[in-house]
Design a protein around this ligand. Sequence first.
Ligand code: ZN
Length: 419
Amino acid sequence: MTHRSRLRTGDQALVREINLSVIMRRLLEHASLSRASLAEVTGLNKSTVSSLVHELIAMGFVHEVGQTSSGVGRPSTLLELNPRAGYIVSCELGVDFISVICANFSGEVFWRVKENTAGSQGQGAIIERTLALLRQAVRAGSSECVGCDRLLGIAMGVPGLVEQATGTLLFAPNLRWQDVPVQAILAEHFPGVPLFVDNEANMAALGEYLFGAARGANEVLYLSAGVGVGGAVVRNGQLVRGTTGFAAEFGHMTLDPDGLFCNCGNRGCWETLVSQSAVFRLIREAVASGRPSSLVPLTGGDLERLSIPLVVEAAQGGDEVALSALATVGRYLGIGIASLINAFNPDLIVLGGILSLAGDLLLPAIRTEVSQRALRWNAEATKIELAQHGFDACVMGGVAALLQAIVLEPGKYNLLHRP
Ligand SMILES: [Zn+2]
């Protein structure tokens, strides 16, 4: 074989892999479609589309789902991604919880578990517990996802900086963990399984883009406010990672140079003003200064037991202390968001994390600050919405990330063995 023909063969295989990916991506974002409409939207000719679809059906990633019913012409067969192509396990290792789901190839969740954790358990015990829950999920996937016994991958979101090349958690300020080789640990326990490890906000942003509030948006900023504040940017469906992969750490923008110390080592970071601990701190201060609050009886008199659901319950019942804490945090959220709108000119900001449970109470204050502080031309172009998957945004994002990876290289994922 000459050098020239070897190159050509390589080119043809590459073109075919790219075309398989183009078809899969269309079906992921716009299902259901007929072969004819796939040819139309991709610009590929009909016989090429038929042959690509034939291959994807043989791989199990695509299936036929009935016929078009439009009156004109012959009805044509519709295609979709096959929900039974396999199952995906996705996990969020949070600061104070572990959440694991099993989803099919359409992103439908058919198994889930969530456990609270405490930092005092220690890193080793929390990781062991996470691995045990993942093993449960894999077992559930192979037994409960009837007809889809192929494990397509395990995704894990973590609350800190992740080195993309190795899947190492470099720094998780609120867990106080450093240099944990998360992906290597997973690879040891789940050999041969495709793995995806990322920052929780990055994963959540992808989840909202593919399955939630940000579907079809071009420039999305995602904010997750909980124990800390995470952020992510999704541009045309892809995460914007920055030079070394750590972009969008919005929670550590300095908003108050003389402010409270942050777990990152700096002081006055945005997250010291807008995380759940900021809400709890404002409530404790108000109660300590003698203001009455229904949160005292709701927590059995122990304000260390405050939680966002309790604060929302109190606020919805008209509790002034809870309402005022949320208004203050909403105001600081709005101040930071106004700057982000000026910096990024996004079409959509999605607010997730546990604080989004209080979204309806926070949004008025956020919108007031944004309308006063962001440049009018920018502010008018930006919608602010709550994450559709709320607390599940991150685990749904793990499913989205693996789906994107499979859609990009279906041939590679087709070779996975069935456990
Ligand atoms: Zn910080």
